[in-house]
Design a protein around this ligand. Structure first.
Ligand code: HSE
Length: 369
């Protein structure tokens, strides 16, 4: 296998190092705008050098961002090259276009590292759905949020202090919105639901609430009631009705999610035969992520294409009713049944109603119970 590697940052460099030790694949070209020299690969500044080279059969996209990653990946598929990417925003945003295109062109398209970093989550979903109907996917899919929430819970620190630590450790981006506003998790659960249920979930129908409004006082309220806050994604399919959403959730002390430390992920599926299966590990970082890119490359060599057939477009219904912790905002989306410090616990109310209320009250913090 001859690989054209797009990007030579955290993940790209890791992929290059791992493939150097293998005889079944080699990086022959690297797209990198910096002046670097590699002993065994051509460094290109123009993507066309890779696209037009017929000896390159597989493109690894490790650039991140939507553009020009999308244009490069699309052109590679159109040229008949296999694609492996770790870019969840790209796969999720252009799912409708890239998955059918890869099928039409008869090339492999894999993105295991896009969800869960080094956890073999999407590839396990591919296996899981071969022998059973999947009913639910989701869990803790963002290491930065988990790091922040875990440190606030264990040490009683303020959000802004822990966010700064996460940035210093390189977990959170300088602009942390993608992580803390839940967008990264949103992409990951939509992609997981698409694969698990064999559908294309309409992204516009998937609400997301992040953690950026949480305070040390909220965390103290949770502790006083034996709860721990985690950013949890949910994708469910019950009798053909889909619920897909991302929101802070108060898990009970003793539940598996409550024990997830630092920047780790815990992702779960529930299947009608297997029941609950959970996957724990490092959701980010050079070697865990590059490891899964290389796993995908081996799968490409073995002839595996995408994880699931491209399926019909469905809307998330989200009429499921839950109780919520709500602090701030005007009024409440449902009557209060309890007061926890300066916050209310509401009666059961639909996920969609709470997220619609939150849109009108963006200064509020919500968490499902
Ligand atoms: N920023 C992500 C996280 C890693 O914190 O989990 C890449 O998906």
């Amino acid at each position: 296998m001859n690989i054209g590697l797009l990007g030579f940052g955290v993940v790209g460099k890791g992929v290059y190092e791992i493939t150097q030790q293998r005889s079944d694949m080699q990086v022959t070209h690297v797209l990198c705008l910096e002046d670097i020299q590699l002993p065994d690969a051509k460094v290109a500044k123009d993507f066309r050098e890779i696209l037009d080279d017929e000896t390159v059969d597989t493109v690894v996209e490790a650039m991140g961002g939507l553009h020009p990653a999308y244009e490069f990946v699309k052109a590679a598929i159109e040229a008949g090259k296999n694609v492996v990417t770790s870019n969840k925003a790209l796969v999720c945003t252009f799912y409708d276009e890239l998955i059918p295109l890869a099928k039409e062109k008869g090339v492999s398209f894999r993105s295991t590292a896009a969800v869960g970093g080094g956890i073999g989550w999407l590839s396990e979903l591919e296996r899981a759905r071969r022998v059973q109907k999947l009913q639910q996917v989701g869990g803790i899919m963002n290491g930065t949020c988990n790091y922040i929430l875990d440190n606030m819970t264990r040490l009683g620190l303020d959000y802004s202090v822990v966010l700064k630590q996460a940035q210093q450790l390189g977990y959170a981006e300088a602009n942390p919105s993608t992580d803390v506003d839940g967008i990264d998790t949103w992409h990951k659960v939509i992609l997981s639901a698409n694969i698990a249920f064999g559908v294309t979930v309409d992204k516009e129908t998937v609400p997301v609430a992040g953690i950026s409004r949480i305070t040390a006082e909220d965390v103290a309220n949770f502790k006083a009631h034996g709860r721990i806050c985690k950013l949890i994604s949910t994708g469910k399919c019950v009798d053909g009705v889909y619920s897909v959403y991302v929101q802070p959730t108060l898990v009970k002390d003793g539940e598996p999610e409550a024990a997830v430390p630092m920047n780790y992920n815990l992702i779960t599926f529930i299947g009608e035969i297997s029941g609950r299966m959970s996957f724990f590990g490092q959701g980010a970082g050079r070697y865990p992520t590059a490891y899964n890119v290389v796993q995908d490359l081996v799968d490409v060599l073995e002839g595996k294409s995408f994880y699931a057939p491209y399926g019909q477009k469905v809307s998330a219904d989200n009429s499921e009713k839950l109780c919520y912790y709500i602090r701030g905002g005007k009024g409440l989306p449902a009557p209060a049944t309890e007061i926890w410090g300066n916050a209310a616990i509401t009666d059961r109310v639909s996920v969609s109603a709470v997220h619609a209320w939150l849109k009108q009250n963006p200064e509020a913090f919500i968490a499902a119970l």
